[in-house]
Design a protein around this ligand. Structure first.
Ligand SMILES: Cc1ncc(CN)c(N)n1
Length: 223
């Protein structure tokens, strides 16, 4: 018997071009090819720290929605709680890394693409946004980083040794498994969602892809 094609699989096939634009962006390629401009890396580091701080309340809102909205026989809350815990580590890591690279986090001003992405996250926090829709954004946001940085760790990559730890943070296997758990949550929710919610969720995925590309562009100095 053939495995059923999931909704996320259908979307990834349909939007492959945009998806590859987010996961194989020139910024990521420049890390992978070993010719990254370190000032671009530092820009990304400072801006992403601000993004991650805004990401925490967004993930917390999903935790609330999972608690209220899913029957949770499937353990959604635990998976998402694991994500919140990982963000705690991530914030400490940004502080340590910023110190290492001489990036002063307290003086970073969020750039336009970052502000717009954070505003988008805030809009998804609203209780009116369905759990399924917010969870799709969450899955996509985490997975884009996982696939992007895993690409920089492939055998033929020339990633500079001093950036390997950054790539490991999101490109490692266990982060990949976590992203798969999020994808399973999303597919399970989409399976029982109304057409209206599925349509909104797909539009949200596209918005995430656009915001991620804009975020890389900003880091790469292309705004
Ligand atoms: C912009 C962006 N997108 C995704 C992630 C992964 N949490 C991140 N740290 N920053």
């Amino acid at each position: 018997m053939q495995a059923k094609i999931t909704v996320t699989e259908t979307w990834l096939r349909k939007h492959r071009y945009l998806y590859d634009g987010a996961t194989r962006h020139p910024f990521i390629r420049s890390i992978r090819d070993g010719n990254i401009d370190i000032s671009a890396f530092k820009t990304w580091l400072g801006q992403d720290y601000i993004f991650v701080r805004a990401f925490v309340p967004f993930v917390a809102s999903i935790l609330t929605k999972a608690y209220k909205g899913s029957d949770d026989g499937n353990g959604d809350v635990e998976v998402i709680l694991g994500g919140v815990a990982a963000l705690h580590d991530e914030i400490s890591w940004f502080k340590k890394e910023a110190f290492k690279w001489g990036v002063q986090l307290s003086s970073i001003v969020p750039q336009k693409a970052n502000q717009e992405y954070c505003r988008f996250l805030e809009s998804l926090i609203s209780p009116e946004v369905e759990y399924t829709v917010a969870a799709v954004a969450f899955w996509a946001i985490e997975t884009i980083y996982q696939e992007s940085f895993a690409h920089c760790l492939e055998d033929d990559s020339k990633t500079p040794p001093e950036l390997k730890e950054t790539c490991q943070r999101w490109g490692n296997e266990s982060f990949g498994e976590y992203c798969n758990s999020l994808r399973n949550i999303v597919d399970r929710q989409l399976e029982k969602a109304s057409d209206d919610v599925v349509t909104k969720a797909e539009a949200t995925l596209l918005r995430v892809l656009e915001h991620e590309v804009d975020f890389w562009n900003m880091s790469h100095g292309r705004t």
